[in-house]
Design a protein around this ligand. Structure first.
Ligand code: NAP
Length: 318
């Protein structure tokens, strides 16, 4: 990329002007984002869908994340730096990066995004743009839940719910890299995939009830509701239940002698750097469900909302 990249006057971005169902998400001309002194402007090659995207669209997170509308959705990206803020050091035009940017700002269902330089990392070299865009949000979530919140130790026993989801496919692999014994839940069609990712025991929820497990050290709850309720008794006293869906009930946790934790993923360049090293060393596989074009963003979100994706739904931008 040349030092004198011509940034266009406007871009295409998939935005919402109000909260609601699929019709509020529209691909339309939008301003090129303002680049603050500590930002870089990234030309996006690919982004990916996460359930939080359509939860924000529907207004479910209005109290937790007070966004200003119109809002560009989507908080995963892989692309190239095309402009640098005045205070940015250590990066140059054309650098290939990936990121889970600040969810309080406009997202990455767009041709360009302004991201804090502190939230980007070099794209894993062995991945193409689509694969790289499948990584940041879910891999950071798995990392932060297992390594920071649960403080998972080698030889501990962990149950990861929904192993075939975007988060689950990374969580299985990160838990194995830590040396833990991994149980995961799945329907029949994904059992072989999850074994290939390293899961020690895959509990097919159409055949077997995971709540028969006992004395686990950690439960990683990606589903909430009944699944969370049935998870408490699988943990030993002193165990940890980490939810990424809702804040677990403290009184129930106390009855079971378990530590309840809730994680909401945060941007982290250092963790993305560590993940890139593991990926480039061939230690983490990327599981992709499907790839959509940006013009088909509504269908891509609907696929995610259906709840049956196997790994990540990626969106090709350019
Ligand atoms: N707090 C945070 O920071 C944070 C971060 C990331 C995600 N999340 C949340 O975590 C949840 C999971 O995210 P995700 O991206 O992994 O979702 P996802 O990719 O959409 O998950 C889809 C997968 O879930 C599996 N699944 C559904 N019901 C299941 C069940 N009862 N038992 C076992 N597997 C089941 C499906 O497999 P089958 O079709 O085989 O059932 C499918 O493969 C979402 O609610 C998301 O919003 C929160």
């Amino acid at each position: 990329m040349s030092q004198s990249y011509q940034i266009p006057q406007t871009q295409q971005a998939a935005r919402i002007h109000s909260y609601g169902e699929r019709e509020v998400l529209t691909l339309e001309p939008a301003p090129i984002p303002t680049v603050n002194a500590d930002d870089v402007l990234v030309k996006i090659h690919a982004t990916s869908i996460n359930p939080v995207d359509w939860k924000v669209r529907k207004g479910y997170l209005q109290n937790f994340l007070p966004h200003k509308l119109p809002l560009t959705l989507g908080w995963d990206l892989a692309g190239e730096i095309v402009a640098l803020g005045d205070k940015v050091t250590g990066w140059k035009m054309g650098d290939a990066v990936y990121s889970r940017p600040d969810i309080a700002r406009d997202g990455a269902y767009a041709e360009y995004i302004a991201v804090r330089a502190s939230e980007i990392a070099h794209k894993p070299q062995t991945l193409n743009w689509q694969e790289a865009a499948a990584v940041p949000l879910v891999a950071l979530t798995a990392w932060q839940v297992l390594y920071e919140f649960a403080k998972l130790q080698a030889d501990e026993r962990v149950l990861i719910h929904a192993g075939s989801g975007g988060v689950g496919t990374f969580a299985i692999q990160l838990a194995k890299l830590r040396g833990a014994y991994v149980y995961t839940t799945s329907s029949t069609r994904n059992v072989a995939l999850l074994k290939s990712l390293g899961a020690d025991e895959v509990i097919d929820y159409t055949q077997q009830d995971f709540s028969e497990l006992r004395d686990l050290d950690v439960v990683f709850d990606t589903l909430g509701g009944d699944v969370e309720q049935k998870s408490w008794k699988t943990l030993k006293r002193g165990g940890r239940l980490v939810s990424i869906v809702s804040v677990p009930d403290a009184a129930t946790a106390e009855q079971h002698g378990v530590t309840p934790l809730f994680c909401f993923v945060q941007p982290s360049a250092p963790q993305l750097n560590e993940l890139a090293k593991l990926i480039d060393a061939g230690k983490i596989q990327i599981v992709m469900d499907s790839v959509y074009a940006l013009k088909d963003i509504v269908q891509a979100q609907e696929k995610s909302e259906g709840g049956r994706a196997i790994g990540k739904i990626v969106v090709q931008v350019a």
